[in-house]
Design a protein around this ligand. Structure first.
Ligand code: FAD
Length: 117
C-alpha cells in the first residue's frame, strides 16, 4: 500500500534526523549519567518505535551492535553505522560516515556550531 509506505518512510527520516542530530550534540566527554541516558533513550526508542516490524529488527541490531556512548565521536559513528545496517537491509546506499557530526547541526548553540542563522 503506497500510502502506508510513504508514511513509514517519513517517520523513518524524521527519527533518523533526530537521532543523528542528538548524537552530533552529545558531550565530547560525557558523564556516566549522560552515557546512561543516551543508552536508555536508544533502547527505549527500539521498544516504543511505532513501526512494529522496524522496532523488532532494530532491537536485534542493537543486541548485536550495542549503543556506543563513550564520546560524541563514538556515539555519532555508532549511529551512522547502525543506520547503514538498516540501509543495507532495505537495499539502500551505504552512507559515508566521515565528517558525520558536521552534517547534523541543531541550530541551537552559537558557541559550538558554525553560523546557524
Ligand atoms: P533514510 O534512511 O530515512 O535517511 C534519511 C537521510 O539521512 C538520507 O537521505 C541521508 O541524507 C541520511 N543518511 C542515510 N544514511 C545515513 C547514515 N548511515 N548515517 C547518517 N545519515 C544517513 N523501514 C522499513 O521499511 N523497514 C524497517 O525495518 C525499518 N526499520 C527502521 C528502524 C529505525 C530505527 C528507523 C529510524 C527507521 C526504520 N525504517 C524502516 C525506515 C527507513 O530506515 C527509512 O527511514 C525510510 O525508508 C526512508 O528512507 P530514505 O531513503 O528517505 O532515507
Amino acid at each position: 500500500h503506497l500510502g502506508n509506505a510513504t508514511i513509514k518512510a517519513e517517520l523513518g527520516r524524521s527519527t533518523w534526523k533526530l537521532l543523528h542530530t542528538m548524537v552530533a550534540r552529545f558531550p565530547e566527554s560525557p558523564t556516566s549519567d549522560e552515557r546512561a541516558a543516551l543508552k536508555q533513550f536508544i533502547l527505549l526508542l527500539s521498544r516504543l518505535y511505532p513501526c512494529g516490524e522496524c522496532a523488532e529488527h532494530f532491537q536485534k541490531l542493537l543486541a548485536k551492535y550495542p549503543p556506543q556512548t563513550s564520546s560524541r565521536v563514538a556515539a555519532s559513528q555508532w549511529a551512522c553505522a547502525i543506520h547503514n545496517h538498516v540501509n543495507q537491509r532495505l537495499g539502500k546506499e551505504i552512507f559515508n560516515c566521515a565528517d558525520i557530526e558536521a552534517k547534523y547541526q541543531c541550530g541551537c548553540d552559537a558557541e559550538n556550531t558554525e553560523t546557524t542563522l
